[in-house]
Design a protein around this ligand. Sequence first.
Ligand SMILES: [Zn+2]
Length: 458
Amino acid sequence: MLRFLLPVTLACSVSIAHAQQHEDSATLRKLADDVLTHSTAYANLKVLTKEIGGRLAGSPQMPKAEQWGFKALKAAGADTVYLQECMVPHWVRGDKEEVRIISKRRDFVPPLQVLALGNSIGSGPEGITAPVIEVASFADLEAKKDQVKGKIVFYNYHFNATFIKTFHAYGDAFMYRAAGASRAAKYGALAVIVRSMSHAANNFPHTGAMRYNDSFPKIPAVAIGLEDADKLSNRISDDKDMKIYFRTTCHFLSDTIGHNVIGELKGSEEPGQVITVGGHLDSWDVNEGAHDDGTGCVQSIEVLRAFKALGIRPKHTLRVVLFANEENGTRGGQKYADAAKAAGEKHIFALESDAGGFTPRGFSFTASPEQRAKVKSWAKLLLPYGLYDFDEEGGGTDVGPLNEHLGIPIGELSPDSQRYFDIHHAQSDVFEAVNKRELELGAFSMAALLYLIDEHGL
Ligand SMILES: [Zn+2]
């Protein structure tokens, strides 16, 4: 009997698995159809970017964005929407930034196009006039450390064009922005100018957060566009007596109150177990925060809208979080994880979209090999939608603390990265840079992954 029963049992479980795959495939198709025809993501993004605009923590746009998020989550059909308070830093850019070449030559050199780096101190109202020294890398800085005192250091470290995924070039270069000022201050530099982290064939400077090492004096820092970086480099080798006039007035005000904006669809079977999906609501002050990270916010809201519209009631509670203050503090992400831990919440998985609203290719994960293998077992279901890349390590900045504090797996949408660093933290990150269809495909991809995790666990 046993010899006869075993194949029957096996055949039964195979056909159940087949039926399940069929059902998953049909649900994904329904989700895609709905998102690609009824999405509100693009319209939501337009309001956030065009009516509110840049929304750095502490800015007057921050509470407006929070109200926008609250309303958008209600409109998407969330069961409950609430604000989670957290203290956020309040950095302001101040007056117009000015960095000029001062030369004995009579030729006219237009001022360099610069942006102060986020969290930088200012130069003081009088500005700084000093000779400049160019370094190609930190190793070059070390080699030239005796020549740095009393000068402005120009980090001309190039974004590495040979990395196929541009996030790898960013990972390679971003320490020059984040830590360059303190490393130069260690040797007596007065200020730093950093070549922007970009391949863009234009002259937009790209800002972004920097951090001081308290062991060294705090000196001001700006980013410079690529064309100006090349011009400055040529000038330095050509005009030995030139100096730089450097003036910025950025500064910190006292920390202020910000909020994570949270909307939930209560789970039908395990309401006490949470799946989080989110993006960050704040952006740099110099642009509309479209790809970074308006797209992540509206895609996350879209996941909830599509579930609700199609009557897909998740088994676990689906929580959409629009995180406060990712750009210059990550206080929103920290607060969310701290509160989850303090409340003893059980979390299953957290997904972020903060790599741009471009054509989705897959997801990165910080997860165990078994968890990653489980995602890969769904590859056949996801491939028809262009999703094939599940190997990358990572997870969004805002969901990182959930992984650290609760030990749960996290992931991030991986869109095509070729154009992201053209606009990242630059003036050009505006609504017009987002393609409606790419945005929606990203939202669908997130919904598809979360549906599968909700249904089959991870
Ligand atoms: Zn971002």
